[in-house]
Design a protein around this ligand. Structure first.
Ligand code: GAP
Length: 485
């Protein structure tokens, strides 16, 4: 009996399909109607800037500003906490971006990591065929059919010009390793972090003494020469992945897969994403990546439609099996309980660091009317918020007040990101902190000089409480711990 035959059938497999995704409501709509709202806030407040902007920018590469870097680091930390720190069966890894080039031949990426590219014969613009209007639902075989463009009468969306027949375009970036380019070895920038985990499987298993099932998690940069990047940081050419490879006994892979699906969706909800804007979508057989036996995406309702946020894949023994065959190194696991020897199967959870941060940013955005004025709030889970607390003086000309503020900020900053601001009147300072998602503002006023108390204002409820200055830090740390739980 082959390994595929012993895999038990699961009800999900019949109910969850590309045409029939699993979602709690039909379509709640995006949290932000226009993507431009987020692009402009990101630029204005220092979350995300176009890369090399003073040189005119570079397509599909972005830089994180002073708030963006904090948000993304917090997202990565939250993922690491859930996937490594809180678990006894998963350990971390940080593998290199450049790997032996043969890795990518063995993994199938040199031959198969391609998108179907068509080119306008008039304006020379290039498109991913499956993203052209009228070609979205084509199967993989149809996408490489040389007659498909003619059959569907597809034209260049920009100028209506004729399009070429599709050709396979490999998404991997190439570079050279060694001092003399002509003699140097051609190497690739990794298009996924996963392979670094597979080639280290034996090292980690032996040194960690983990028994199956166990996982290896990694966060790191990946690079793809996308044909049609876009939608701000949704699809970039340089991005970060947060991937976990779970090594299991082959017969248990299908069940393990079903366990990881809700767990991964719940992680986004735990950190504040509206569950009505999340759903699962299973890949059709003709849509599966070359390594996948089964794939289900966690999708989010972006302003530009339902799109993949994270992929969960049953990769079978594709990766370890191929690396074992190519290197002659045994990657089998000896099961001491059953005395069986086998190549483990892999269940992968593959999330994007940038895409997750982008999702938390979009989903946190809200506009409200307060006393006749618009209030913009990023309602981040406090754990993800770039700054946890802002310390604000009511009167910036009173040295004693400013002095207390600086002392308090310094103390808070030993444990959390805390910022001082005195560049506007208090109402405006509050609105600014709301717009960047700071959960708490602490104000020192004239009365503080007499009674030793400060005001803590809550971002969401706008409620204010008066507490001893010495209690500010313990209260904020306590609230932060509650948000994490
Ligand atoms: N190792 C499996 C793998 O790489 P994938 O579905 O190609 O699977 C996984 O990518 C995740 O990586 C996606 O769900 C997305 O969050 C992120 N990702 C992939 N390509 C991306 C891109 N061009 N820009 C930003 N994020 C990307």
């Amino acid at each position: 009996m082959s390994l595929q035959e012993v895999r038990p059938p699961l009800p999900e497999e019949t109910t969850l399909t590309a045409d029939k995704p699993k979602t709690s409501v039909d379509d709640p709509g995006p949290s932000v109607a226009a993507l431009e709202t987020i692009v402009s806030l990101s630029k204005r407040r220092g979350f995300i800037f176009p890369s090399s902007e003073i040189y005119g920018g570079i397509n599909a590469v972005w830089d994180y500003g002073q708030l963006g870097v904090e948000l993304k680091n917090n997202v990565k930390r939250a993922w690491w906490r859930a996937m490594v720190q809180e678990r006894t069966d998963i350990v971390g890894l940080d593998a290199s971006i450049i790997m032996a080039p043969q890795v990518w031949v063995t993994s199938g990426h040199v031959a198969n990591f391609t998108d179907p590219l068509v080119e306008c014969q008039t304006c020379r613009r290039r498109y991913r065929l499956d993203e052209l209007p009228g070609a979205e639902d084509l199967t993989n075989t149809e996408l490489m059919d040389p007659d498909v463009v003619e059959r569907l009468a597809l034209k260049c969306p920009a100028d209506g010009g004729p399009l070429s027949a599709p050709r396979r375009f490999n998404l991997m970036f190439k570079t050279y390793m060694g001092p003399v380019e002509e003699e140097a070895a051609q190497v690739y920038l990794r298009p996924e972090t996963a392979q670094g985990i597979y080639v280290n499987f034996r090292n980690v298993r032996e040194t960690s003494r983990k028994k199956l099932p166990f996982g290896i998690a990694q966060i790191g940069k990946a690079f793809r020469n996308e044909i049609s990047p876009g939608n701000f940081v949704f699809r970039m050419r340089e991005f970060e992945q947060m991937e976990m490879q779970y090594f299991v006994k082959p017969e248990t892979a299908a069940v393990t897969f079903e366990e990881w699906m809700p767990r991964r969706l719940a992680w986004y909800v735990r950190y504040g994403v509206n569950p009505a804007r999340l759903r699962f979508r299973e890949h059709r057989p003709d849509e599966l990546a070359h390594y996948a036996k089964k794939a289900v995406d966690v999708e989010y309702r972006f302003p530009f439609g339902w799109k993949e946020l994270e992929g969960i894949h049953n990769r079978g023994d594709w990766d370890l099996g191929r690396h074992q065959e190519a290197t002659g190194e045994s990657l089998e696991y000896f099961d001491p309980a059953t005395e069986e020897k086998y190549v483990p199967w892999i269940v992968e959870t593959s999330a994007g660091g940038d895409r997750a941060a982008f999702t938390f940013l979009i989903d946190a955005y809200r506009e409200e009317e307060v006393r006749g004025e618009k209030r913009v709030v990023l309602g981040f889970n406090p754990d993800l918020a770039p700054y946890k607390v802002a310390v604000l003086p009511l009167l910036k000309k009173r040295d004693e007040i400013v002095g207390i503020c600086h002392k308090l900020r310094e103390d808070l900053a030993k444990d959390i990101m805390a910022v001082y601001d005195d560049t506007a009147a208090i109402g405006k300072l509050y609105r600014r902190q709301d717009e960047i998602g700071t959960p708490w503002c602490v104000t020192i006023d004239v009365d503080s000089l007499e009674d030793g108390k400060a005001t803590i204002r809550d971002r969401d409820s706008m409620e204010q409480i008066r507490v001893d200055i010495s209690q500010v830090k313990p209260i904020i740390l306590e609230r932060l711990a509650q948000a994490r739980a």
